[in-house]
Design a protein around this ligand. Sequence first.
Ligand SMILES: *Cc1c(COP(=O)(O)O)cnc(C)c1O
Length: 406
Amino acid sequence: MSTSVTRQTFDEVMVPNYSPADVIPVRGLGSRWWDQQGREYVDFAGGIAVTVLGHANPVMIKALDEQAQKLWHLSNVVTNEPALKLAQRLTELTFAERVFFCNSGGEANEAAFKLARRWGSTNFGPQKHTIIAFDNAFHGRTLFTVCVGGQPKYTQGFEPLPGGIQHLPFNDVAALEAAMNDQVCAVVMEPIQGEGGLIPATPEFAQAARALCDKHKALLVFDEVQTGNGRTGTLYAYEQLGVTPDVMTTAKGLGGGFPIGAMLTTAEIAKALAFGTHGSTYGGNPLACAVAGAVLEEVCKPELIANVQARSQQLKGGLAELSTRHGLFGPPRGNGLLVGVTVADSWRGKAKAIVNAALAEGLWLLVAGPDVLRFAPALNITQTDIDDGLQRLDRVLALLAAAPSS
Ligand SMILES: *Cc1c(COP(=O)(O)O)cnc(C)c1O
């Protein structure tokens, strides 16, 4: 146990762009982790929808250990077996025929948006460059990706910004129809807006976007950084919407905690990122790809997908019950183990206060914007862990109801 560094050290040595909780976790196992003082927490956050197989998963440790003994890094001047195997598997399991690896969701989207621009300019000319995206979308924190994202607070102060990006209300077919034209190179959406408050795309909207992209020869780009890798009860969320995108990005759960991102597309569209047009030093490195390969095999197993469905029902059932009993938040929504509830009017803007109170009771939750509590536990979380977490949440809500928000 290390207590030579504390939460206060953060303020002394770190850039203040984060405001981490008071506790410092030091060890995790499954869907539990322990802090410096040895206190135990139930993990309903999953490292923000990342640790799909929980903490210290033996399959992942084995994959990492074995690869660590062999080869860590070479660069993309040469290729490597884990990357090729992972790409092969991803193309077998999805619509995609070509894969680009990087290290995060933001990088995967950066690659997707650059691909869309270059695909437009090489095939149709420089005027085909407009990217259509949606209000409250989140696509990462690089300058291009915050600009395509639909949350102005993330671009403020970073001007001048890249142009050629248009934002529309989400799930509004008429607005999309009105905005589409032949200068659009891509329509970019999340199947379920994650950071934006757990707002699912309606199947009608996704299907209209697909049809309009076909009509105007634009690429339909699905950001599955958060919804991918089994999170919503299918390997990728697009499978549930009745549409196939042209480009899909993923990250978060793909590495289960080891940084990796991927952009997937068809062989034809991939041609636009010709030799030398884009790259990454670490992208597709053997360590990340070995771990992601092991994670992907686990996530594909029918038992795991069945657990996502069963635990989703259990979690949503429990939340619905807590919702009626305490009245601090509304009914649950979302798919699989990506679930959200909107806080009651008296708690508007203060979802974070509930998260902090939960942490004090040994439960780790997330917010999704100021008004939504988000649950994104490991996909292999047990029935007992869900029960324990719900019991802790029950205690938190009782405490908060007794001492109303100030
Ligand atoms: C988290 C997230 C990103 C950004 O991923 P990073 O790995 O933080 O760069 C992009 N898009 C969506 C939908 C996300 O949830």
